[in-house]
Design a protein around this ligand. Structure first.
Ligand SMILES: [Zn+2]
Ligand SMILES: [Zn+2]
Length: 364
């Protein structure tokens, strides 16, 4: 005896039929069979994955940095607008972001107290050494990128970051397939199985950094990660001595979106890794939720060097804790021309060989 139920197949949406013989709901369209209990579980999973995502952060109000007889002053760069905190006795210096030479002393106000700081571990000599070695490996860069007096201009800057902590839950459903093919002497066969996958998980996020300065290039700052937060210490003004500190100019509210996007994509890729056994995996619905996310304000150490060449600014940044480096060198067109001319006087076959070797070594 067969009885029609008002259930839809979770895999292909066709109507299901309850079969008395198997005590299961059967789909004629895709061939799947379901225990009634399984359908109830799928329903539950679906409604979890369809529930609205919720990213809820606690309020955070930064504390004003108040210091009697502050040894610090704020310097403003009239060219790029950066506001830098540094020793009041700081001599002539250039802006770490745009290399402008006339940064001006301003009143010490509107500076906020970081909750913690990762102190510099890479010292100035080592930072210069990193760039010196990197430049040595490049054949075709202009001389000034190797000049000691230029390398000396490197500056240690504490870059302000908003740090986000939360414990998030995720429920995601996927439609997926598995295709098997085989053949016998007469025919080739292809069988496609359809699946509805359900994955859920919880993850603790600690110290998701979002750079809080519009002057610090987001891409550069992301590329300098990771920082090791075991070294983070409670903020003390002593850490600023000898360094510059940037003042944040992106509010918590304006940074939350980036934090949310990072949480979402981490959760999604974490759960996605568990669907590798299937093909054509497509997200059907996804829900990510957390309450009471914590926000804190931190300063992270970055060495910065700017080199102006041919009307363009080449920026180099080094993670002041780990030494990880980012930056691109230009090619000196004069040198490139000479090299090409030399190569074209050689035989065609040989020039191809030379170019191949240079490329392989990453020198061109
Ligand atoms: Zn079906
Ligand atoms: Zn500037």
């Amino acid at each position: 005896m067969e009885q029609v139920k008002n259930y839809k197949c979770p895999c292909c949406s066709a109507a299901l039929i309850f079969k008395g013989s198997t005590q299961k709901l059967h789909c004629d369209s895709c061939g799947n069979d379901y225990e009634p209990e399984t359908l109830a579980q799928i329903d539950e999973a679906d409604s979890a994955a369809q529930s609205q995502s919720k990213y809820q952060w606690d309020n955070y109000t930064p504390r004003e940095f108040v210091m009697e007889d502050s040894p610090f002053a704020v310097y403003a760069c009239p060219s790029c607008g950066a506001e830098i905190t540094a020793d009041a006795s700081l001599g002539a210096t250039v802006c770490p972001y745009c290399d402008n030479t006339t940064i001006l002393k301003d009143k010490f106000e509107g500076v906020y107290m970081p909750d913690y700081v990762i102190p510099f571990r890479v010292e100035k000599n080592s930072a210069m050494g990193i760039l010196r070695e990197a430049a040595k490996k490049k054949l075709l860069i202009p001389k000034m990128f190797k000049s000691e007096s230029k390398l000396k201009e490197i500056k240690g800057v504490y870059v302000p970051f908003w740090m986000f902590d939360c414990k998030a839950d995720a429920d995601i459903t996927y439609n997926a397939q598995r295709v098997t093919a085989w053949s016998d002497s007469k025919y080739n066969y292809t069988k496609t199985d359809f699946f509805r996958l359900f994955r859920s998980g919880t993850a603790d996020f600690a110290n998701i950094p979002v750079d809080a300065s519009t002057k610090a290039d987001d891409e550069y700052m992301d590329a300098l990660e990771p920082f090791n937060y075991n070294d983070a210490v409670k903020f003390d003004p002593a850490y600023l001595s000898g360094y510059l500190a940037d003042k944040y100019d992106v509010s918590v509210e304006d940074s939350i979106d980036r934090a949310n996007r990072r949480i979402k994509s981490s959760m999604e890729s974490m759960l996605r890794r568990d669907t590798m056994a299937y093909q054509m995996v497509q997200t059907a619905s996804s829900s990510i939720r957390f309450d009471n996310g914590k926000v804190r304000y931190a300063l992270l150490p970055v060495w910065m060097l700017n080199v102006a060449y041919n009307g363009q600014m080449y920026k180099f940044a080094i993670n002041g804790q780990t030494g990880k480096t980012i930056g691109n060198y230009p090619v000196d067109n004069g040198k490139l021309f000479l090299l090409r001319a030399a190569i074209f006087t050689a035989t065609a076959a040989l020039s191809v060989g030379i170019f191949y070797i240079l490329r392989k070594w990453g020198l061109l």
